[in-house]
Design a protein around this ligand. Structure first.
Ligand code: IVH
Length: 681
């Protein structure tokens, strides 16, 4: 017999969950906030007095107290596939033809067309109706467990709305969907981050993915994550179609995007894709295409999948978004290496859900080629997370008397005369003490691809540099001594300073290749830094390697070698390195990193990467290959052992075929990578 209090707790649990659902999933609350708070507090109080009656699915248990130190790897029971992309009608017709060819003659085919939400995919596992685990997609086979973070999302039920009248068993089910952030919420979050001096997220997708990987669920709950689910895997429950799955997900308490359509021909699929594309700008979240799925689950089964994507579904990608606006002014911006680049200040316009007021003009060559001028009407474009760019000038609308842009003579910040070496498009400010360069160098040092110091963003760096807390990036590791002063800075406070100091401490663990990238040698991007790190193995050796020896390293050309030597001939740079060494940063390749790698498929072979990869960026794939002893080159020659070709591989693929060089798919590469990585664990 359950006690009276146990019954009340159960009833409160169900009532609060119901109101959470009405508010967060249906957006249709039926009680006031005050009434809701009263119920919630009563539940909290009773649970505190009777902790033995707290259950995992109680709405009070969404936010755990423990920090996640490491995100555990989880193997997906069924791989999380990705989708092949189509870009035009012809490719959609091809998809339809292949579907029909694989099915019996004259079999009817229905398609469901959905929005392709631009977020982070998630897999949710429910056991006996209760949320058990949540995981990221990862590489599709193995993801990371993010349960504590996903539990904080009130749009995701902790317990399924399952009742006895439903004929389904739902013993062990998997639900998949997309976690994203509404554009307005994302912009608000970025504004708050800007105020606190934290690094900004490039787009809503990055901010959702970043949030899901935060260590503290108490922070995650403050982030406005949203979600739509679109896959239900419920073995033995005999659901017949994707549409039934969607309807059922809805009944179980999940958010399902209402904008989907059922089509009986590819022509009507195309019509819907166009309609969805035209709806894109009115939505308050980002979509980057449509997803077309064969409706019948039996047909899906027959169609099966090839390598990484199903044959029964395809994505239709929308075109990059373009808008017209006016260039109010062209300004010159000083980067960390002293390069002075032109930026167009635009009449603000809404593009891809966010307001755009600046676009890069790259360099003087680009300005000349497109004859871009102040006051011009222009077309700007933004695709994915790239910075908006000026695609074309509307010459017919050019105002009379407009003037050609002239390259600047002096640094716009410190007024030092600019340097432009012959044959180079860039103009440089060569004063290393130029405040913009100092800020730029520190920003680069702290950025995600380098030392990745969370919390040390542009605005905070501005303040620190202006108040002389930071003069070089080496000072970052001395900030802790100034804690008392830092906490008095307006808007910051103890907690954010302590978090920042913790992140700074944490960054000391970064490997040599990241440190080498972070110190900001001109022309030494992440890939070159990695290459140098693996071939020379320590900064001391690098400092003492001659230019002639440096160019012997694969892919290190003369300008990189010269720039490296120049960097180390500067006393200030050497001093900074000594200070960073003293702070404990890695200036040598880790011993275990050198020795641990056994002879493997990649050892000693030369690879070229081309096309678009799914799981890794080319950069990341290259990182793995080099770590495992493979060599990477940028062009195909008879010395190339393998070409790894992703989607839309072009001329390199043809050349490889001509030369008879073996071609690997991304999946082949992943298979070989996995073999070594699994052995390493
Ligand atoms: S279906 C095999 N439906 O797009 C089926 N995916 O490249 C794969 N996505 O990883 C998923 N909206 O993260 C599906 N309505 C939708 C989607 C969707 C966004 C994402 C998902 C997936 C990627 C496919």
């Amino acid at each position: 017999m359950s006690s009276k209090v146990e019954k009340e707790i159960k009833l409160l649990r169900e009532t609060v969950s119901k109101h959470d659902y009405r508010y967060h999933v249906l957006a249709d609350p039926i009680i006031s906030d005050l009434e809701y708070d009263t119920l919630f507090k009563r539940l909290e109080k009773l649970e505190a007095e009777n902790p033995e009656f707290i259950t995992k699915d109680s709405p009070t248990q969404r936010v755990g107290q423990d920090l996640t130190k490491e995100f555990k790897q989880v193997r997906h029971k069924i791989p999380m596939l990705s989708l092949a992309n189509t870009y035009n009608e012809k490719e959609l017709f091809d998809f339809d033809r292949k579907v029909r060819e694989a099915l019996a003659d004259n079999e009817k085919v229905e398609y469901i067309v959905e929005f392709k939400i631009d977020g982070a995919s998630v897999s949710l596992n429910y056991i006996n109706g209760v949320l058990n685990t949540a995981a990221t997609r990862g590489d599709g086979t193995v993801g990371e467990e993010i349960t504590t973070n996903v539990r904080t999302m009130k749009t995701i039920p902790l317990r399924l709305h399952h009742n006895k009248s439903m004929r389904y068993k739902l013993i062990d089910i998997e639900v998949r969907g997309e976690i994203f952030m509404n554009i307005k919420d994302f912009e608000k979050l970025n504004k708050e981050r800007e105020k606190k001096g934290e690094r900004l997220f490039a787009n809503p997708r990055n901010s959702s993915a970043g949030t899901l990987k935060m260590q503290d669920p108490r922070e995650v709950v403050k982030r406005p994550l949203n979600n739509y689910t679109y896959t239900l895997i419920s073995p033995g429950d005999n659901l017949k179609s994707h549409e039934e799955n969607l309807e059922f997900l809805n009944k179980l308490g999940f958010k399902v995007n209402p904008n989907y359509a059922k089509c009986t021909s590819i022509e009507s699929v195309i019509e819907i894709c166009r309609k969805f594309e035209s709806m894109r700008d009115e939505l308050d979240y980002e979509i980057d295409g449509a997803v077309i799925k064969v409706n019948s689950l039996a047909q899906q089964e027959i169609l099966g999948s090839i390598a990484k994507s199903p044959r029964w579904a395809v994505a239709f990608k929308f075109k990059a978004k373009q808008v017209f606006t006016k260039i109010n002014k062209i300004v010159w911006q000083v980067g960390r290496t002293g390069a002075v680049t032109p930026v167009a200040e635009l009449e603000p316009v809404l593009l891809a859900g966010s307001t755009i007021s600046r676009a890069t003009l790259h360099n003087m060559d680009e300005i000349r080629r497109k004859d871009i001028r102040e006051g011009d009407k222009v077309v700007i474009e933004k695709g994915g997370d790239v910075i908006p760019k000026v695609v074309a000038v509307i010459l017919s609308e050019r105002k009379k008397g407009s003037k050609k842009v002239r390259a600047p003579q002096k640094c716009p910040v410190c007024k030092t005369p600019l340097y432009n070496s012959e044959g180079e498009v860039a103009y440089y400010c060569e004063n290393p003490e130029c405040s913009e360069q100092i800020k730029g160098r520190i920003e680069h040092f702290a950025s995600r691809g380098a030392m990745d110091i969370e919390g040390l963003g542009e605005a905070l760096i501005d303040i620190f540099v202006e108040r002389k807390f930071l003069i070089s990036y080496a000072d970052i590791y001395h900030l802790y001594k100034m804690r008392e002063k830092l906490v008095t800075i307006e808007r910051l406070g103890e907690k954010s300073i302590d978090n920042l100091l913790k992140a700074i401490e944490e960054s000391k663990k970064k490997h040599f290749e990241k440190v080498l990238f972070a110190i900001g040698i001109r022309y030494v991007g992440a890939g070159v830094a990695r290459k140098l790190a693996y071939s020379v193995k320590s900064i001391d050796i690098l400092i003492n390697t001659s230019e002639e020896k440096l160019v012997e390293i694969e892919d290190i050309g003369e300008s990189i070698a010269r720039s490296v030597k120049q960097f180390f001939s500067n006393r200030m740079n050497l001093e900074n390195i000594e200070r960073l060494k003293a702070a404990g940063l890695n200036f040598k390749l880790k011993e275990e990193k050198i020795q641990q790698v056994k002879e493997n498929f990649f050892s000693g072979k030369t690879f070229v990467l081309t096309g678009k990869l799914q799981k890794y960026t080319r950069e990341e794939a290259g990182e793995h290959i080099e770590r495992l002893g493979g060599k990477l080159t940028s062009s195909i020659s008879k010395n190339t052992n393998y070409l790894i070709a992703g989607e839309k591989a072009g001329s390199k693929l043809n050349k490889a075929k001509d030369l008879g060089i073996d071609v690997l798919t991304e999946n082949d590469m992943l298979k070989y990578l996995k073999e070594v990585i699994e052995e390493e664990v």
